[in-house]
Structures are given as structure tokens and as C-alpha cells.
Design a protein around this ligand. Structure first.
Ligand code: ATP
Ligand code: MG
Length: 446
């Protein structure tokens, strides 16, 4: 078994070896290489102390990232490599950060502080794989297992629980029993973890192929982090349109939508307002009138709690609020939707409605796919004709209007808006002369 270590990373190892230090590539890059994936980055661990690293890489472009924790970043060909001294962590008092770190001489001690067996392997081109905790076997069997006692490891650092869910989701692996049990028992400790870190792990988990499975098995963990979601679990919709409860529907919709953060968060939150909007009619059938707006309000709180960036938040809120907006292949309707949402969000909405429909489990999937394909095609055809759906695309400007008899001020905006609506409806060509003529007519009735 050999791993194709990039030349630059191998150069760093050799440079350290030449000075009598041990050095390995370690962690995620070893795991991903063994899985046949291309590692995102190559981390290196070494017996060299920070001072020894400093002198080994004098003359190189280095960044003193976290020297106190033993990390030096060496930049080669514009690629940063994190080189970290073998270390063990001191006591953890905040369930997240070690109070101190101690540098050690043996790579095995360094591997023992790492979170999961699949992440606790090191590799050296001549020495081969250092796998002290059965990482290779767990990787083959598709198992996420803590290094050492799971409860203790999660007690030290609560974020590891979400990392376990993330790795299991992304790689389609299962979480070993005692690790899983410890996650359920320790889940409350996540309350103390920084929102940014929770957000990062949760997003990657949601974008993994096992997202629905993880949320099903660990709903207690997720509703601990986002309590607004708790009423969805097991909530019976009592309607012929839905085969599953709100949570199960949500999970199926998540798995059915393309794995981008915006779309996955949208599906997670799209029906979150259903339990609070629920009513039963006289026939005993359930309804959730207005749940879209309630879901958007919940989504706003949940995304604030996760501290998502504004662009992600705004897009998710738009899609949640409009997830049931009627769509059809009719060009005039699609043009109005383009005006309301813009091209990108409309394309996303088509995906949201597809996933929502698939998650209901009551419509034949072929019908849903056919409708989706028809919508995508109608939108492509429409866009190829360069339709006008914004004021900016109108072949007339606000300052053309006073000349056509529209008084300066508020009336200009109102008139432009009317012209745009008539153009979008197909009642008026988007041509300067026709627009001016129509503006003159409108002006007479102002
Ligand atoms: P990816 O880069 O795909 O997120 P990774 O495994 O490289 O995966 P990083 O967060 O980059 O994850 O961490 C690098 C390595 O550091 C991990 O493989 C693991 O060995 C160790 N590690 C990271 N975070 C923790 C943690 N919270 N507790 C223990 N070890 C950790
Ligand atoms: Mg990494």
C-alpha cells in the first residue's frame, strides 16, 4: 500500500528527516488517499519542535499560524502546508479547547489525541503507514470510531460529536455503537461550542450522502442544536398529500435535493413552521395554512443562531418563504417569477419543489421528474430569448419619461413599473418607441 504524496509535501518530510527529525503526512490526507479520493490539503506532523522547524525552513515562505500549539505553515508553490509538532493535549475544561499542549517525541502519542481511528493514521513514503488504532480496518468496514474511550473524547471536545456525524454522512459510513451511544449521552455539551464551528460541521453533514440517515438517527442531537426543529419529529400531518410525518418528509426532501448548502438548509427548514400552523378541519384532515411564512420566521432564527453569512441566509429565507409558489411552463408566469426571484433563485426553487414533491411519497417519481424537466426546459427556452424581466432591461430610462409627459418624481417609478409589467405579460414590445408611446398614454391618465 502506498500513497501518492505530492512532491512538495515529500520535500518537507525529507527536509525534516535530513535534520534528524521524524515527519509524516497525517490525518485527513491519509484517510482520503486510502479511500481513493483526492485530499484537499496535506497536513504534516513531526518530532521537530517549533524552534527546530523554524530553522529547518529558514529561507522558506512560512507563516507562524499557531506556534504556541506547535503549528508552522510552510508555503511552497503557493500551497500552504501545516506542519505541527507531535503533541498531546492537556486537560480540557471548556469541552472544546485543551488548556495546554505538550510536545512529545513519538508519533503514536500524537495519533492517540486525534478524534477518530480513520483520522489517526500517519504515512511516510519509506516507512509506510502508521496505524496504531485500526484505522485502516475501520475505513474498509466504513466505521467511525473514537480513538480511546468515546465518552471521554466527547467530554474533552464536544465538537467531535458533530464531526462524527459529518464524516459518517460524507463518506456514507456508520458510527460504531459505543461512539454512537456517547454522542446521544453527551449531546447537551454542544451548547457550549461556538456557532461558527457548529455551522461548519452541520453544513458539511447536510451536504453528505448520508444526511437524511444521520438526521433520522441523531434527531436528538440536531434538535439540541436547533430546538425550533423539535416539534417536527414525529408530527403526523393527517393529510392524503403526505405519506410521512413532518420530520421524515424533511429528511427525504433533504436527500432528494442537490447537495449545496443553500438547498440543503432550505429543505431542512422549509416545513419547520408546519406544527405551529397545523389545524384539523371538520373531516379530520390536517392543514398547515400559512406555514411557509412561519417556516421562514423559524429559519431566520435558526440561521442567526448558526451565524450563516448574509447571502446564504437571504437566499434560504427567500426559498423557504416561496417554496410552494406556483410554477408552470407558461412563459408569462415564468417571466414574473424571474422578476420576483431572479434566475438563480428560480432555478433553485425548481429543485426545491422537486425534492419537496419526492419527499411526500404520494406522487409517482416519474411524474415529478417529468414536471421538473419540463420546467427546466421551459426556463432555458425562455432565457434563450433574452426576456425582459427587470427595470434595468427595459429599453427606456426614467429620465426619458418627463419628455413623454410623465411628471418627475414618484410617477416616473410607477410608470416604469407598469411598462415592465405589460412587457412581461407580452402585451407590449420592449422597444423604445413603443414604450414611449405607451408612457404618453399612461401619463394622460395619471
Ligand atoms: P477535512 O479537511 O476533510 O475536514 P480532516 O480530517 O483533515 O478533514 P481537519 O479539521 O482538517 O479534518 O483536521 C485534521 C486532522 O486533525 C484530523 O484528521 C484529525 O486527525 C485531527 N483533528 C481535527 N479536529 C480534531 C478534534 N476536534 N479532535 C481531535 N482531533 C482532531
Ligand atoms: Mg484537513
Amino acid at each position: 500500500m502506498s500513497i501518492a504524496v505530492p512532491e512538495t509535501a515529500a520535500w518537507i518530510l525529507a527536509r525534516l528527516n535530513a535534520r534528524g527529525h521524524r515527519a509524516y503526512v497525517v490525518g485527513g490526507c491519509v484517510r482520503d488517499s486510502l479511500l481513493g479520493l483526492t485530499p484537499k490539503d496535506w497536513d504534516i506532523c513531526t518530532s521537530a519542535t517549533p524552534e527546530e522547524m523554524g530553522s529547518a525552513f529558514s529561507g522558506c515562505h512560512v507563516v507562524e499560524t499557531g506556534l504556541k500549539h506547535g503549528t508552522l505553515t510552510v508555503v511552497l508553490d503557493h500551497v500552504p502546508y501545516e506542519v505541527t509538532t507531535f503533541r498531546v493535549d492537556g486537560a480540557y475544561t471548556d469541552h472544546r479547547h485543551p488548556d495546554s499542549v505538550t510536545f512529545v517525541r513519538d508519533v503514536r502519542e500524537d495519533l492517540a489525541r486525534r478524534d477518530f481511528t480513520v483520522n489517526a493514521m500517519a504515512y511516510h513514503p519509506q516507512e509506510g503507514l502508521v496505524d496504531a488504532f485500526g484505522g485502516q480496518e475501520d475505513l474498509r468496514a466504513g466505521v467511525i470510531r473514537c480513538v480511546g474511550d468515546a465518552e471521554r473524547r466527547f467530554d474533552e471536545d464536544a465538537l467531535r460529536m458533530l464531526r462524527a456525524l459529518r464524516f459518517a454522512s460524507v463518506y456514507g459510513m456508520r458510527i460504531e455503537d459505543s461512539t454512537a451511544l456517547a454522542i446521544h449521552r453527551r449531546r447537551c455539551d454542544l451548547a457550549g461550542v461556538a456557532a461558527e464551528r457548529i455551522h461548519a460541521e452541520l453544513s458539511r453533514m447536510l451536504c453528505g450522502k448520508g444526511a437524511g440517515r444521520m438526521l433520522r438517527e441523531y434527531h436528538d442531537v440536531i434538535t439540541g442544536v436547533l430546538p425550533w426543529l423539535a416539534p417536527m419529529v414525529g408530527f403526523d400531518q393527517r393529510t392524503p398529500y403526505h405519506r410521512y410525518d413532518v420530520w421524515e418528509h424533511t429528511l427525504r426532501a433533504i436527500d432528494a435535493v442537490p447537495p449545496t448548502e443553500v438547498l440543503r438548509l432550505t429543505m431542512l427548514l422549509h416545513d419547520s413552521g408546519k406544527p405551529a400552523s397545523f389545524t384539523l378541519d371538520e373531516r379530520g384532515v390536517g392543514h398547515a395554512y400559512g406555514h411557509q411564512a412561519r417556516s421562514a420566521a423559524i429559519a431566520e432564527e435558526a440561521l442567526a443562531c448558526l451565524k450563516t453569512d448574509n447571502a446564504t441566509r437571504d437566499r434560504v429565507l427567500l426559498l423557504v418563504a416561496h417554496h410552494d409558489m406556483p410554477l408552470s411552463t407558461e412563459p408569462a408566469l415564468l417571466t414574473r417569477r424571474l422578476n420576483r426571484l431572479g434566475e438563480e433563485a428560480l432555478r433553485q426553487l425548481i429543485e426545491v419543489q422537486r425534492a419537496d414533491a419526492l419527499g411526500k411519497g404520494t406522487q409517482p417519481p416519474e411524474e415529478i421528474e417529468a414536471r421538473t424537466a419540463a420546467l427546466r426546459e421551459a426556463l432555458d427556452t425562455l432565457l434563450a430569448q433574452k426576456p425582459c424581466f427587470t427595470l434595468k432591461q427595459l429599453n427606456i430610462r426614467g429620465n426619458d419619461l418627463p419628455g413623454a409627459g410623465v411628471p418627475a418624481g414618484k410617477a416616473v417609478g410607477q410608470c416604469l413599473q407598469r411598462l415592465l409589467e405589460e412587457v412581461m405579460a407580452g402585451d407590449l414590445p420592449n422597444e423604445r418607441e413603443a414604450l414611449l408611446a405607451r408612457a404618453r398614454e399612461i401619463a394622460q391618465h395619471l
